[in-house]
Design a protein around this ligand. Structure first.
Ligand SMILES: NC(=O)c1ccc[n+]([C@@H]2O[C@H](COP(=O)([O-])OP(=O)(O)OC[C@H]3O[C@@H](n4cnc5c(N)ncnc54)[C@H](OP(=O)(O)O)[C@@H]3O)[C@@H](O)[C@H]2O)c1
Length: 290
């Protein structure tokens, strides 16, 4: 029986990976939380050495984007140095490493979806630290998949950030608030369940075309358009005011355009359009029963 070790098991993505694996009893999923291994403080190498596994899936991340600007060392340790240790161990024991990176490795100056070998140029510390993690994996190990994902939404909700964008706008909409929404920052919203399905396909089909894959919801939209679709699907009448990115002062700069091109991934898995995933999410979350 193949053994899959899942770090960051309670993350938004890790929760859906656990859910998908429940349909694949042929795999043994070994679940690890921060209380078992703190990748910032504990000896990762020592911890991993004691566990017998075939595939390491790393869902841990420090991705409070604005906070990373204040704590650059922490972001480099969690998103870079810790990942380096994982890559070294996986290389030594010839294990498959599955890791997740971000659309924030790009600067957003392109106006069509980014492909895997487009030049990277992160605008913020979070992006720098995630790119560092990518570099370590690429330089230390051959047997890896790095899935670059973007703007996640999942049933678990981001553990560290509180509610996700969808829940936040629905709550505000129900309170009758007018919502200011950025209409000139474009991305590909991505459902964590879809990423989890892609991951299991890669493992189950023994795919050995290792490397980086863009893995985001098909299509692209601004945050304004995303909210518009949420309220349209829920038949909610909410006043939305389009505002420019520059109206929202944040510590970390974000790319204005970061849609990802999934063509390479399509050889193995076709991601759903973000609109279809959004409907699925709203159904699973019970929003149509309220
Ligand atoms: N969310 C997004 O919009 C987005 C966009 C692009 C890329 N990504 C990438 O996608 C992946 C999954 O993101 P997500 O939103 O599912 O993450 P998430 O829900 O925020 O969860 C982060 C996970 O990392 C764990 N973690 C953080 N610091 C740790 C430490 N020092 N030791 C052990 N565990 C630690 C957390 O554990 P605790 O719960 O115990 O803190 C949690 O399980 C990440 O690689 C992220 O960079 C996310």
């Amino acid at each position: 029986m193949k053994k899959i070790l899942l770090l960051g098991a309670n993350s938004q993505l890790g929760t859906d990976i656990q859910y998908i694996f429940s349909f694949y009893p042929q795999y043994e999923l070994i679940i690890v939380y921060r209380k078992d291994l703190d990748i910032e403080k504990d000896d990762i190498y020592q911890f991993l050495k004691q566990i017998d596994f075939d595939v390491l899936i790393n869902c841990t991340s420090y991705h409070k984007t604005d906070e990373c600007e204040d704590f650059p060392l922490r972001s480099l340790i969690v998103n870079g140095i810790a990942v380096r240790k994982m890559a070294m161990l996986c290389n030594l024991h010839n294990k498959l490493l599955i890791h997740f990176s971000t659309d924030y490795v790009f600067d957003g100056k392109k106006n069509q979806p980014y492909v895997e070998n487009d030049s990277t140029n992160p605008l913020n510390m979070y992006g720098v630290s995630k790119l560092t993690g990518e570099h370590f994996i690429k330089s230390l190990h051959d047997k890896f998949f790095i899935f670059r994902v973007s703007s996640l939404f999942g049933l678990a909700g981001p553990i560290e950030k509180g509610n996700n964008f969808i829940e936040t706008v629905i709550q505000l909409g129900k309170q009758g608030k007018k919502l200011n929404l950025i209409n000139d920052q474009v991305m590909s919203p991505t459902y964590t369940l879809e990423i989890a399905i892609a991951v299991i396909k890669f493992i189950d089909q023994n795919i050995d075309e290792y490397g980086i894959y863009h893995c985001s919801g098909e299509g692209e939209c601004s945050w304004y358009e995303f909210a518009e679709e949420i309220f349209e699907l829920l038949y909610m009448n909410v006043v939305l005011i389009p505002v420019p990115y520059t109206s929202n002062q944040t510590k970390a700069q974000r790319p204005l355009y970061s849609a990802l091109d999934n063509t390479k991934l399509k050889n193995f898995y076709q991601m759903k359009h973000w609109r279809d995933s959004l409907s699925d999410y709203l159904i699973r979350r019970g929003h149509f029963n309220e």
